[in-house]
Ligand binder design. Structure first.
Ligand code: FES
Ligand SMILES: [Fe+2]
Length: 425
């Protein structure tokens, strides 16, 4: 069982959803997968999106995707849509993709704003790249344009990653930004470039996708290609890790790892994690023959036979080898649908067809993501059954999955405890 919910928690649940969640948490066995309703209930999904996820940060892309003034991209999560622009002064802005006239979506996908103006397709109100309303068609001369700009959202850029929160009071992000600098600065992700992106829809709850993302117990059976290359989960992983520490020292490189992820995150701060993991002996990169397929990144003096992990928030995971990297950004759509946007990066000045071939860079994570889609969707189908019951995590190999669900339950418990009086009444 979890730690006993406190008295406030149990007393504060005369709201139907608060009551439902309180009972589920009280009956949740510790280090077991979640009870069915946490994965399937649309009401719980709505509660967790509104009360848990909105104050977190979401990676919406990499700055190389909007390198020029006027370029924009669109990021969707749940029922929300966000426009992220590069303005003429080089700044990056994030704003709600909801027209201030009658609420239409304005942009669909990524693109370049003609005349540096975003025009609503419905009645042609137009906005600047910072979201300010420029022209409100057919409105009176004295119409107050200044108070009808698009709703601006907090945005930060770290090692090129564009992080956006949908909350006016998001979690503190500075430590997570220092973390990415400490691990990905060596690869100079700030000056890397995106070469390919896949959007994959998992017909599965977002928590099943994330539980799978953070464990490698499934790597043996589900990912033979990955397992042939990576040292993760091998019986001699500890020894390989020690050898990696010595290799890194010999290369005179400094990587700062930390674990402020899940419940290790200090109160009010975004969770973050950084780790260095060895490849199998003799393997330099995650490619079909283990050899690099793109120029060495950043200031690495040599291919180091390792990969570096970085997490920020519950949904955003990153991996980088010495020659290419990948971004795993999950966005929940509904209780039973989640989008994974997988994005590949290489060194910023690498030339396609000369320095790298896209299909060689994308091979491993193409096959691995497709396999993950299948196993996560099968997991969701099983969880829907009347015969599903929470099952025990295999520890220690599934320890991060156990940590993820503990964090989730704790966050839900706190959200119920702090329900406003009118919701609890
Ligand atoms: S809804 Fe956008 S201009 Fe009317
Ligand atoms: Fe996987």
């Amino acid at each position: 069982m979890l730690d006993k919910p406190n008295r406030n928690f149990l007393a504060n649940n005369s709201s139907p959803i608060g009551n439902t969640i309180a009972k589920l948490i009280a009956n949740q066995p510790g280090d077991y997968s979640l009870q069915q309703a946490f994965y399937t209930s649309p009401e719980i999904y709505r509660f967790e999106i509104d009360n848990v996820l909105m104050k977190h940060w979401h990676c919406v892309g990499h700055q190389s995707q909007i390198a020029e003034a006027g370029q924009y991209l669109v990021y969707d999560i749940d029922k929300e849509s966000i426009i992220v622009t590069r303005a003429q002064d080089g700044e990056i802005y994030a704003m709600s993709n909801v027209c201030r006239h009658r609420g239409s979506r304005i942009c669909d996908g990524s693109g370049k704003a003609e005349g540096n103006t975003l025009v609503c397709p419905y009645h042609a109100w137009s906005y600047g790249l910072d979201g300010s309303l420029q022209h409100a068609r057919m409105m009176p001369r004295n119409f107050d344009k200044a108070s009808h700009g698009l709703t601006r959202l907090p945005v930060r850029v770290a090692q090129g990653l564009i992080l956006v929160s949908l909350s006016e009071s998001p979690l503190e992000i500075d430590t997570a930004i220092q973390t990415v600098d400490g691990i990905y600065g060596n690869y100079d992700w700030a000056n890397a470039k995106v070469i390919h992106q896949n959007k994959i829809t998992f017909k599965a709850n977002w928590k099943l996708a994330l539980e799978n993302q953070v464990e490698c117990m499934h790597c043996g059976p589900a990912h033979p290609e990955f397992s042939d290359l990576h040292g993760m989960g091998l019986p001699n992983e500890a020894q390989l890790r020690q050898e990696l520490v010595e290799r890194t020292k010999a290369l005179d490189l400094n990587f700062v790892c930390n674990d402020l992820w899940a419940l290790n995150a200090p109160e009010g701060h975004e969770m973050t994690f950084a780790d260095r993991v060895p490849m199998k002996p003799g393997v330099l990169s995650a490619t079909s023959d283990g050899n690099p397929v793109a120029p060495i990144m950043g200031n690495l003096p040599a291919h180091d036979g390792a990969f570096s992990l970085y997490y920020v928030g519950p949904h955003n995971h990153f991996i980088t080898y010495s020659d290419y990297g990948g971004m795993f950004c999950y966005s929940p759509k509904s209780a039973d649908e989640t989008t994974l946007t997988f994005t590949w990066l290489v060194r910023g000045d690498a030339k396609e067809g000369v320095d790298y071939h896209r299909e060689k860079v994308t091979w491993l994570w193409d096959v691995t993501s497709a396999a993950d889609k299948k196993i996560v969707e099968d997991n969701h189908l099983g969880v829907l059954s009347r015969f599903y019951n929470p099952g025990p995590y295999a520890l220690p190999i599934e320890y991060k999955t156990a940590r993820f669900t503990k964090w989730y339950l704790e966050a839900m418990m706190r959200a119920v405890e702090t329900l406003p009086a009118e919701d609890a009444a």
